[in-house]
Design a protein around this ligand. Structure first.
Ligand code: HEC
Length: 157
């Protein structure tokens, strides 16, 4: 009989109902939380420390720092195969267990690399995050990972 009249539905402005927007917000929060949980589950858990590390306070501290700060790039064993290593721009992370270290193998050289980083690479300087005893501990752990003797210099209080 008559022409179709627009229903009131059609003339509603395209606004989001506050209840719906709350739901969307909660759903997004849920996604982020789910992502974090999945990330934690997927990232390989660190195995317990080997006895020679567990009984050495300096190496134990160094290991904690290494796993928390360095392993994402350097890998749990220092072989340069951390979860984000392949996605980095610039020079590759390198394998700390190789015979040769690019920036020298004296304790002061290793500490300098860790404290100041390497310009134009993704190796940042950690001196603002780690204090000198922490720098020595993580440097000692790098020697341990490379199966090199840990210099007494790094054990100085
Ligand atoms: C974001 C990634 C990233 C993180 C995190 C990182 N590094 Fe590095 N690191 C690199 C890269 C890339 C290089 C190679 C730099 C170059 O080519 O000179 C490097 C180089 C080094 C070197 C020099 C190796 C050599 O051959 O001389 C040492 C030692 C080192 N890192 C220790 C650490 C320690 C200890 C930490 C944690 C406190 C750490 N790195 C955290 C990326 C990273």
């Amino acid at each position: 009989m008559s022409a179709e009249e627009p229903t009131s539905q059609d003339s509603l402005p395209a606004a989001i109902d506050p209840a719906a927007s709350r739901l969307i917000f909660l759903a997004m929060l849920g996604l982020v939380a789910g992502g974090l949980v999945a990330f934690r589950m997927l990232s390989r858990p660190a195995p317990p420390p080997p006895p020679e590390v567990a009984r050495d306070a300096l190496l134990s501290r160094g290991r904690e720092i290494f796993l928390a700060r360095c392993a994402t790039c350097h890998g749990n064993e220092g072989r340069g195969d951390g979860p984000i290593a392949r996605n980095l721009l610039g020079p590759p992370v390198g394998n700390l267990t190789d015979d040769q270290w690019k920036h020298g193998d004296r304790p002061d050289q290793v500490i300098a690399v860790i404290a100041q980083g390497v310009p134009n690479t993704r190796m940042e300087g950690w001196s603002r995050v780690l204090d000198p005893p922490e720098l020595r501990a993580v440097a000692a752990y790098v020697y341990y990972l490379a199966r090199r003797p840990v210099s007494e210099e790094l054990r100085k209080p």
